[in-house]
Structures are given as structure tokens and as C-alpha cells.
Write a protein that binds this ligand. Structure first.
Ligand code: UDP
Length: 384
């Protein structure tokens, strides 16, 4: 299933909707509006490709890589999976992560196997592990930050081994100053389930994410224009009905209330002349190296290739925005921008959707749900 999108380099006609950003949100809303309402869509992206940070592409070696970090697609929603299944086939999600601590690789997230290895007790049962954690954990009723969250789950030793260094490296912020939800993304289990996440459906697009989004927006009603910054054209081009904006919310308003902080990443890709280097897709390095993790995405893409590519992920203060930073002060500034955004929706029919536009640490399935939500808002407003 490989179909062509309508790539344009010049705007020569009128559109019902302009969508700024051809990432997951932009592609889903474009597809919905084009297929369900028959709208003429202009889908813009400032990068040279579609699919946003889900973009996967062939490295010069021919190995398929996730250019902007690993995407482990998962969802609990069958309906969402069924929707995406119109545009891709799937392979099982082989999302296994280990953490390198004190020269040993431990299964991560923390599960019964991790506890046996960490506490050097190979016969530890689930009941014994539960009692052990009860003894180790700190009894904090409602954790107010990520440090308290982890201490209340696994106690000081494992917090300091697996979380503290990683979180400081990733965010350059102490876990005490980050919302509980940051480290709360990672489950803790008392069974031998080693998978990175808990979701019911854990699958990867068989031909990759870029191909899936490409298929989604291959529609005669959708024109795609790359290398185009929405900010540069917004004053010259007016859509008939609506605008969907998936970029940074503060940038849309010319940063007039101040800048929202973002965490960025830099990737180094290294080819190795062997089929596999790592035992699993991801190894975390909480306490060593400048990078947080090494990713060998071949474990997930299932690609057959005599070589492999490892990506080294370095957190950065500057660069493209990857992560909103979940702290109260930032949430408060976002709330002020949200008031302006709601006004723009009401008066100018501009809809804000996605990780950058809503300043929320959404996963891919979650942004797709947000896209459905925004599509419904637009549909209800315009459908007669
Ligand atoms: N984290 C950690 N140790 C790890 C992995 C994650 O302390 O080995 C913390 C860290 O603060 C990180 C958060 O948990 O930012 C969420 O991790 P996840 O792997 O979900 O992050 P993502 O893949 O979105 O970068």
C-alpha cells in the first residue's frame, strides 16, 4: 500500500482549511476533513517531510531509523487502532528496555525480574517482592513531585539508581521540581512482564510511520506544502472556514506573554557492521555518559539488514521543541495563552491541537485522540 500525496510548491487556489504542521495531528485532521466533509485542505510543514517527530527514514546504510527518537506505538482504544488500520498493516510492538546500573543491565521498568536482580534474590516471589517494596517505599500519601512519586513506589535505593540521574540528565531539573506525572509515566510491576508499557495494543506500522501518514493524506482534497513556515504566509492567505494550528502556542502569539520552555534533543546515529549490537531496542544510562539512552530501532521495525544503526540521544536546552516541561509555573503561563487561543478559536476559527499547541506531554495515540476531538469541534461548528 503505497500511494502518492499531492505535493505543491506554490499556492494557486483557495482552501477551506489551512493546517499548520503535518505531524500526526495535522495528518489526522486533514484526512478527516477531506474525507468526511469533503473540504479542500492545505497542509503545511516547515520541515522537508511529513509525519512530524514520528518521521522514520532510511539511514545512508539503508537501515530504517526513527529520526526524532523512538516511537513505541500503543493504545488502549480499539477504535483508534481500527482507524489507523485503514492506512497501515501492523507488526507486534517489541518494546523492551533495559537500564544500565553499576555495570549490569536490569529489566526496566522495574518488575519482579529487576527486583530479584537488584536485591540479589533469584527466588523472590511476587508476595515477597510486595512486602519488600512496602518496607522500602516512603509512605507519602499524595506525591507532589516526581521524586516523591518514585520514593513512594520503590524507595530511595532504586530511586537513586534508576531515576534520579536519568531525570536530571533528561530535564536538567531535579525530580523534586517536576510534576509527579513525569516519572509516573513508567509503571512498576510485581510480575515478570518486561514490556516497557502496559497498553492493550502495542503495535508498530509494518512499513513505518511515514508510510502510514503518507497513506492517510493521499487524498485528492489534500495539498501538501513542505519547507513552508506558517508564520510567513499567515497574513497573506485566508482559508474559507478554519485554520488548525499544531505548532508552539507561544509562537503563534509572537511570545507576547513570554516564552514557554521546551526541552530539546540531539541525536547521533552510528552504523555498525553487524546485525545487532544490543539485546533489546533501548538501553537507558541513568548514571553514566552524556546521552540518556541508546536505541537500536531494528528490534522494533523488524527490518532484515546485515548492518545496524544505534542512536545516541543527548538532551539539550536549545533546538527544536520536543518536550513541554511539566512544572507548575509553565502550566500557569500556558493557561494564559490558552485564554488567547480560545478567543482566537471563537473569533477567528483557529483551532489549537497537539503536543506543541497544547503544551502537554502527549503520546502518539493521545495526540491522535486530540485530533479526533478537534475534528469533531470543527465538524459540529460547520456541518448543517
Ligand atoms: N525515567 C527515569 N529513568 C529511566 C527512564 C525514564 O528516571 O530509565 C524518567 C525520566 O524523568 C523520563 C520519564 O521517566 O523523562 C519518562 O520516561 P519515558 O521513557 O516515558 O520518556 P520518553 O520516551 O517520552 O522520552
Amino acid at each position: 500500500m503505497s500511494v502518492k500525496i499531492n505535493l505543491i510548491t506554490e499556492i494557486t487556489k483557495d482552501y477551506d482549511v489551512i493546517i499548520a504542521g503535518a505531524g500526526p495531528v495535522g495528518c489526522v485532521i486533514a484526512e478527516r476533513l477531506a474525507s468526511e466533509l469533503g473540504w479542500k485542505v492545505l497542509l503545511l510543514d516547515k520541515r522537508h517531510h511529513i509525519a512530524g517527530n514520528c518521521f522514520d527514514t532510511k539511514h545512508e546504510s539503508g537501515v530504517l531509523i526513527h529520526r526524532y527518537g523512538p516511537h513505541y506505538f500503543r493504545t488502549n482504544k480499539e477504535e483508534l487502532l481500527n482507524y489507523l488500520s485503514r492506512f497501515t498493516e501492523w507488526i507486534p510492538g517489541n518494546y523492551i528496555v533495559k537500564s544500565s546500573v553499576g555495570g549490569e543491565l536490569f529489566p526496566f521498568p522495574i518488575n519482579l525480574l529487576t527486583l530479584r536482580q537488584f536485591f540479589k534474590n533469584p527466588s523472590l516471589t511476587a508476595d515477597e517482592a510486595s512486602a519488600l517494596l512496602e518496607e522500602k517505599r516512603e509512605h507519602i500519601e499524595s506525591p507532589a513531585n516526581s521524586e516523591e512519586f518514585v520514593l513512594s513506589r520503590v524507595g530511595k535505593d532504586m530511586y537513586e539508581s534508576f531515576y534520579l540521574g536519568y531525570t536530571k540528565k533528561q530535564w536538567d531539573i531535579h525530580p523534586k521540581d517536576l510534576a509527579p506525572s513525569v516519572c509516573g509515566r513508567i509503571p512498576v510491576r510485581l510480575n515478570e512482564d518486561e514490556r516497557y508499557v502496559d497498553h492493550k495494543y502495542q503495535v508498530t506500522p509494518a512499513a513505518g510511520f511515514t508510510q502510514m501518514f503518507n497513506n492517510m493524506i493521499s487524498n485528492p482534497n489534500i495539498d501538501v506544502m513542505l519547507d513552508t513556515d506558517y508564520a510567513a504566509i499567515k497574513n497573506t492567505l485566508k482559508p474559507k472556514f478554519a485554520t488548525v494550528y499544531t505548532g508552539q502556542i507561544d509562537e503563534f502569539f509572537d511570545f507576547k506573554l513570554g516564552k514557554l520552555p521546551w526541552r530539546s534533543l540531539e541525536f547521533e546515529f552510528k552504523e555498525e557492521n553487524t546485525e545487532f549490537v544490543q539485546p533489546c531496542v533501548q538501553i537507558n544510562y541513568p548514571n553514566e555518559h552524556g546521552y540518556t539512552r541508546t536505541v537500536e530501532i531494528k528490534h522494533v521495525t523488524g527490518q532484515q539488514h546485515p548492518h545496524t544503526v544505534i542512536s545516541y540521544e543527548y538532551p539539550r536546552a536549545e533546538g527544536d521543541p520536543y518536550y513541554p516541561i511539566p512544572r507548575e509555573v509553565n502550566a500557569a503561563l500556558y493557561d494564559k495563552y490558552k485564554i488567547l487561543a480560545d478567543e482566537a478559536t471563537e473569533k477567528e476559527n483557529v483551532y489549537f491541537c497537539g503536543r506543541l499547541a497544547e503544551y502537554k506531554y502527549f503520546n502518539t495515540d493521545e495526540v491522535i485522540e486530540r485530533a479526533f476531538h478537534t475534528f469533531n469541534l470543527i465538524k459540529n461548528r460547520y456541518e448543517h
